[in-house]
Design a protein around this ligand. Structure first.
Ligand code: PDD
Length: 287
């Protein structure tokens, strides 16, 4: 069976899947999305991803296009049809199709697109040597907690990182404090061994990997501070890492070309990655 997508109520071949040119997602970025990791065919942390999707929709006053239960059934069917073992489920919901006009259209039905994609194995080199990040100004709006498809500053930031030979860009607010990566959350271990990640607010996307890791950390009795940290503090840190649905926990060993700590992935970073992978394994078994 060729790769399939789910578009507005129908399973269609991925290669010819299409939405209308007056979909408001296309014209106004008037929509939201979620990326859920799939490991051994199991959706990892599906419930909090769906909670965040519902929250993003609610903030934008877009209705769920189908019930949560139906969304879960379609997710599983798409994974089955695509024989997806390790990868992602991508869901996008927009305000729908309507003649172009900024104000909310009357009677438009929310549009839903779902696709799956295989995950490339994580780079051994990146995991053993760590990756580099650059710092850039955070040019985004004031509601970064909504997982909106409006990602232009993130796209430009990631491209800048790639062109600088780095893996990710950490965005810095006007007060000189790191908000997050362009598609990841940012963490450091300070000189005083304080594990820090920015507190969840409208300035960052509250990552599901971030939330899960916070839970695992606290269960392990490790102390963690949710607070803003400056890019200067990050440069002086002992360890740094990023979290996301596609990276899980990835060590950061260079910031703006300078080594973090001794320039090698940190011990605590390694321990937290193992803890997260252990959690993922548990989800596979219970799926
Ligand atoms: N990115 N911050 C931003 C700006 C993100 O886009 C993401 C996720 C995260 C991490 O969130 P989570 O742990 O829930 O994946 C933080 C996804 C993977 C993406 O855009 O592809």
């Amino acid at each position: 069976m060729p790769r399939q997508a789910f578009v507005n109520g129908r399973y269609v071949p991925h290669g010819s899947a299409a939405v209308h040119i007056e979909d408001r997602g296309y014209q106004f970025a008037d929509g939201v999305y979620e990326v859920v990791p799939v490991v051994q065919g199991a959706l990892i942390d599906e419930a909090p991803h769906l909670d965040r999707l519902e929250r993003s929709l609610c903030e934008l006053r877009i209705a769920m296009p189908m019930t949560r239960q139906a969304l879960k059934l379609v997710s599983r069917e798409l994974i089955r049809r695509n024989r997806l073992s390790r990868g992602f489920l991508y869901m996008q919901i927009t305000r729908g199709v309507a003649p172009r006009d900024h104000k909310f259209p009357e009677g438009a039905k929310p549009a839903l697109v779902m696709i799956t994609r295989q995950m490339k194995p994580q780079s051994h080199q990146a995991l053993t040597e760590g990756v580099g990040v650059i710092s850039i100004p955070d040019l985004r709006w004031n509601r970064c907690d909504i997982k909106s498809v409006s990602l232009l500053p993130n796209v430009l930031g990631k491209q800048e990182a790639v062109e600088a030979g780095a893996y990710e860009a950490w965005m810095v607010d006007p007060q000189g404090r790191v908000t997050e990566g362009t598609s990841t959350n940012a963490w450091i271990v300070t000189q005083d061994n304080e594990l820090v990640t920015r507190d969840a607010s409208t300035s960052i996307l509250n990552g599901i990997t971030r939330l899960r890791l916070l839970d695992l950390i606290r269960r392990d009795g490790i102390t963690v501070s949710e607070r803003a940290f400056s890019i200067e503090e990050a440069r002086q840190a002992r360890e740094a890492f990023i979290t996301s649905s596609s990276n899980f926990v990835m060590p950061v060993t260079r910031i703006d070309g300078q080594p973090v700590g001794n320039g090698h992935p940190g011990l605590l970073t390694g321990k937290l990655r193992e803890a997260y992978l252990g959690f993922v394994e548990g989800q596979e078994e219970s799926a």
